[in-house]
Design a binder for this molecule. Sequence first.
Ligand code: ATP
Length: 362
Amino acid sequence: MNILVLPGDDIGPEITAAALAVLERANAVYSLGLKFELRDVGVASYKKIGTTLPDSIVDEALAADAVVLGPCGMTDYPPREQGGVNVPGTIRKRLDLYANIRPARSRAGLQKALPKLDCLIVRENTEGFYSDRNMFLGSGEFMPTEDVALSVRKITAKASRRIAQVAFDYAKRRRKHVTAVGKRHVLQLSDGIFINQATAVAQQFPDVAWREMDIDAMAADLYTRPERHDVILITNMFGDVLSNLAVAMSGSLGLAAALNASDRYAVANAGHGSAPDIAGEDIANPTGLILSTAMLLDWLGHRHGRTQLMQAGRAVEGAVDAVLANPATRSKDLGGSIGTHAFGTAVVAQLEKSANRIAQTV
Ligand code: ATP
């Protein structure tokens, strides 16, 4: 299987190097047969060839089995017509990555984490309030007069249905519960479609319980009673906000993992931004991207029916948990002092340790 690796901007190359070291080790230990191709995107690519994303890389992404994409920092890009292409946006669109999947979980010993949190946010990724993606032509935001601005929120039955399918599929493999989030009594038509599609999809999953909640009630409930929530099915903008709340509750934005997926493609990319304020200092926490690659292994395992890949995904997650449980191997954002590179090395060592333990007991 071919994995295209695009390190991105700012802290992107540092955390991608750490994540790739873990992925390469998992590949060797679990005999996964993965091959990695590294390519520059973002500012590194612009400096060499005058564009942040050449078409050839989009073609490679379309041909690959999966992609690992570091965060990209659009602020340093030139205008679009001068080569400043939105890297994650273009890849999301061309690969039709309609599902943004973001887990958040409490881990033992992390002081800032709230207990009893273990949820998976399944966020629609192609429409909603995002003006860059909800129109066929033109922008979803416009000004009829100089002092009036309008934003359009687009919700379709097709997109609502397919994201609901992903949420219930994941719930089947987890604690078998979905909370579908909107604000239907205000956004009666658009959230009406969203929730009606969830209702229809729920019929196919008699073993999965589900309920509907308004976004405001949901934010409070997630904070006060996190144990009530397993899979959270949500529209684009509400999901963006709620997933940052959830990951902050887990201890740090540096822990934010994310998978962007369609039925054919999956891209692992951390749920946080490119953090230009700490770039190049070897202090960024690579956990988010490492856990995203664990999600990618799991996704590939399910797609191709290969248990080794799923097992490797679980092993990477377990290794990260073990490293984070030790105060001596926590990064700065979690109150520790270990650097980005050393954190990756610690996860690799832990992965080997657990693989050896399994080998000895077999
Ligand atoms: P975007 O709009 O692209 O999501 P942003 O500007 O909202 O990005 P981030 O780049 O995610 O924000 O950074 C927000 C804060 O979190 C910054 O102070 C940054 O240093 C910190 N941060 C983000 N990612 C990490 C990380 N992996 N490790 C440590 N700190 C991080």
